[in-house]
Design a protein around this ligand. Structure first.
Ligand code: ASP
Length: 323
């Protein structure tokens, strides 16, 4: 009897999907962030969660699932029920992790549905405020003279802070000690406390710290100066030629999440990115909102594939990987 009823209600899978999508959402949605609270990815997620919740008619709750440069969070989402109640915000680590990890417990290309690209965020090279250096050349000289003592904080292999740190160390030809954190939120706390010396991190976290003079800044990772920090030179213009990292972000759901549900989440995501207070805040943090064609599943899929192809050979050539 039960079987008959279920068959009648959901005679074909499509009808089930449509019914599910019509009722979606009936309870809060979890937005997984693969780094610690307080860091730049978390800042973006929390900025988006409230307006997304308003559009969807249910709250969007941020959950920080930290560890291993974002791969712990990605694994959790890859294994979550594909019903729209678990979604995921990650940055370009989705494209670097396959080459960085010999064994990855998820596949960025087959374990997720794409919702859309979210935003592009530049990075800054910063240091504790009492470091005895006042420009990049002095910082490099200080690092070289104190190679065994100086520490570089990051959020682990797969994190952009790690990638940027590797690029910096290779550009200046020094192999300083790296301290991994579960996100650059806690790394920033230790930089403020003077327990670590140098950090490369997104402007979504660093601009307010730089403006308040709580950290020292030595350069931005874009080829042009940033509107939010017009007096800060690029690393490129200070001699680290071609030093460029722009952190793109994407929103995903577990593979098999119904298409109508993905469309609803995409609509809410785009509405959040169009909210005037968010546009203004992101502008103050020098973050760029992608064009409408990029904020689509296809826009994210194409970009992720291109980035995997771009970073794979670079990482393999650099010989950086972990089990
Ligand atoms: N900025 C971090 C990274 O290096 C992530 C974070 O804590 O948001 O990838």
């Amino acid at each position: 009897m039960k079987t008959t009823i279920r068959l009648t209600l959901c005679a074909v899978a499509l009808a089930c999907t449509a019914a599910h999508a019509q009722n979606f959402p009936t309870r809060p949605i979890t937005l997984v962030v693969p780094f610690a609270a307080g860091g730049p990815t978390d800042v973006v997620a929390r900025m988006m969660a409230i307006p997304m919740g308003k559009s969807l008619g249910q709250s969007v709750v941020v959950e920080n699932v930290n560890g291993a440069g974002g791969t712990v969070g990605a694994t959790k989402v890859a294994r979550a029920a594909p019903n729209g109640y678990t979604i995921f915000l990650h940055h370009m680590g989705m494209s670097t992790s396959p080459a960085l990890y010999k064994k990855l417990s998820f596949d960025p290309l087959t374990d997720f549905e794409y919702i859309g690209q979210v935003l592009d965020v530049p990075m800054t090279l910063i240091a504790r405020k009492d470091i005895p250096a006042n420009n990049l050349q002095e910082l490099i000289a200080y690092i070289k003279a104190n190679e065994k003592k100086v520490s570089l904080a990051d959020a682990g292999l797969g994190a952009v802070s790690n990638l940027c740190g590797l690029m910096f160390k290779s550009a200046i030809g020094v192999n300083i000690n790296t301290i991994p954190y579960k996100g650059t939120g806690p790394a920033m706390n230790d930089l403020l406390g003077g327990q670590v010396d140098v950090l490369c991190d997104q402007t979504t976290q660093t601009v307010p710290m730089i403006k308040d003079g709580r950290v020292k800044v030595f350069g931005v990772t874009t080829l042009k100066r940033l509107a939010a920090l017009p007096n800060v030179p690029t690393l490129d213009e200070q001699g680290l030629k071609g030093f460029e990292v722009k952190v793109w972000h994407g929103m995903y759901a577990p593979k098999g999440t119904p298409a109508p549900v993905l469309t609803q989440i995409n609509t809410a995501m785009r509405a959040a990115m169009a909210e005037p207070s968010i546009v203004q805040r992101l502008g103050e943090l020098s973050s760029e909102i992608p064009t409408v064609d990029k904020m689509t599943p296809k826009g994210l899929e194409d970009h992720l594939k291109a980035e995997i192809n771009k970073w794979g050979p670079v990482i393999r050539k650099a010989g950086v990987s972990a089990d």
